[in-house]
Design a protein around this ligand. Structure first.
Ligand code: GDP
Ligand code: MG
Length: 438
């Protein structure tokens, strides 16, 4: 999807004049890319209409750069599509937050419950899990295993066959023990059917959740819309988590889920591992979708790991689109201090290419080797004040005990990043430096 839209943007920037005909053509291209990515038809039509209206209106004002305007409108509309009017439920301190997870079987509920519990547990919330799935054989064992891996207390019952009773008992137990966050995993079915919805309603009644999170598999494509709507119409869904956003998910279905439920997406699941879970931010999502690299996400991650006042220089440079080998080195250092490498890497423009699919460990090792090579560079080389001639590359290779071809790879990766960062800095898509770093 990203590539196709970027191609349309390129068409736009190469055209000598921008008339209505070209606008229609570009919008047609973008619409077909969105449809292809499983975005629901009616939202594609709406987006197309809205962009056109806005471009015609604002373009009239004169002095505006039409190319930029069209691009901005498309990006804005896409962000609008993944933003819900409703605010997501915020966990409240000093009370017992009960969150219920619903979704079809196999959508990733049990896995996501654990990720969610793990995420908040690491942020200091006392968290517990309740397994109210008696439908699937081995459901309790699965939750038990997951919970033990991330060391979260759990409740379940092998003998009891009534999920409503288990849910009620589990929540009551943890409420008494004054947990901050109690997560209730429910059962799914293969299809949306009356029995499932009936059970969900009963569990909702007995546990009185503060929020109901609908879990949806990104792979289900156009069916996302109807499925999300069916759940939303039955129970009081407040948030959405889209899972399996790794691999080849097209992403368009996720966009449609927001539209169908009018509930915000709060997290994305990006792998089977419990760390493969990230908070959802509409503008980061869209820029990643469009292959622009997720600078905002990177800034957030960097500033979480290291307070801004310690590295205003780096941020300023990136905002200006300047990027030296030394900056790359500093980024690598920061990355190493941060959480799971794979996800952080994906957020950096160009970085995701460095990682073979699913091989985060390899990526981390590669970064270490790159850093050793950079340790053999002179100051002038790190600051990109001299050209990295063959003889310099050879010296660095020798000094770091690596193959000259590896040094070549490092420089190639650096160039790719520099180019991307340069583009980002110029595009101004992410506003001024100030609000990027909030
Ligand atoms: P449930 O039936 O809704 O409880 O779904 P499960 O949590 O049992 O997950 C079904 C399968 O999807 C399991 O094999 C999970 O490992 C896998 N899964 C869940 N979330 C993700 C994800 O974000 N990415 C990938 N690749 N697999 C996932
Ligand atoms: Mg399950």
């Amino acid at each position: 999807l990203g590539q196709k839209i970027t191609a349309s943007f390129n068409k736009l920037s190469q055209a000598p004049i921008i008339d209505d005909e070209l606008l229609d053509e570009v919008l047609k291209d973008i619409s077909s890319a969105l449809l292809h990515a499983d975005v629901n038809v009616r939202y594609v039509a709406k987006l197309r209409g809205d962009v056109k209206k806005r471009v015609l209106m604002e373009g009239e004002e004169g002095g505006t750069n039409k190319r930029k305007l069209i691009q901005k409108c498309v990006v804005d509309e896409l962000i609008g599509l993944v933003s819900a009017e409703k605010e997501p439920y915020k966990l409240k301190k000093g009370k017992c937050n009960v969150i219920m997870f619903v979704g079809l079987q196999g959508s990733g509920k049990t896995t996501t419950c654990t990720k969610y519990a793990h995420y908040y547990n690491r942020k200091g919330w006392r968290t517990a899990l309740v397994c109210a799935d008696t439908f699937r054989a081995g459901a309790f064992d699965q939750l038990k295993q997951n919970a033990s891996k991330v060391r979260i207390p759990f409740y379940g019952d092998y003998q009891e066959t009534d999920p409503v009773k288990i849910a009620g008992d589990g929540v009551e137990l943890f409420r008494k023990e004054k947990y901050d966050l109690i997560i209730v995993d429910t059962s799914g079915r293969h299809k949306q059917e009356t029995a499932l919805f009936e059970e969900m309603l009963q569990v909702e009644e007995v546990v009185q959740p503060d929020d109901i999170v609908f879990i949806m598999d990104a792979h289900i494509g156009q069916a996302c819309f109807e499925q999300a709507k069916a759940f939303r119409d039955t129970v009081n869904v407040g948030s959405v988590i889209v899972t399996k956003f790794d691999g080849h998910a097209k992403g368009g279905g996720a966009l449609s889920a927001v539209a169908a439920t009018n509930c915000p997406i709060v997290f994305l699941g990006t792998g089977e591992h419990f760390d493969e879970f990230q908070p959802f931010d509409p503008s980061s999502f869209v820029s990643r979708l469009l292959g622009m690299g997720d600078l905002k996400g990177l800034f957030q991650t960097i500033t979480e790991a290291m307070p801004l006042d310690k590295q205003p220089e780096l941020l300023k440079k990136i905002c200006k689109g300047k990027f030296s080998l030394r900056d790359l080195y500093e980024q690598f250092q920061n990355l190493q201090k941060m959480g799971p490498m794979g996800q952080v890497m994906q957020m950096i423009p160009g970085m995701s290419n460095m990682l073979p699919q699913g091989a985060e460990k390899e990526g981390a090792k590669r970064i270490k080797r790159f850093m050793v090579m950079m340790d053999s560079c002179t100051d002038a080389e790190l600051d990109c004040e001299v050209v990295m001639s063959d003889s310099r590359q050879l010296r660095v290779a020798k000094g770091s005990g690596s193959h000259p071809a590896e040094v070549g790879q490092l420089l190639e990766e650096y160039k790719r990043m520099e180019k991307m960062v340069g583009k980002m800095g110029k595009s101004g898509l992410f506003g001024k430096g100030g609000d990027m770093t909030q």
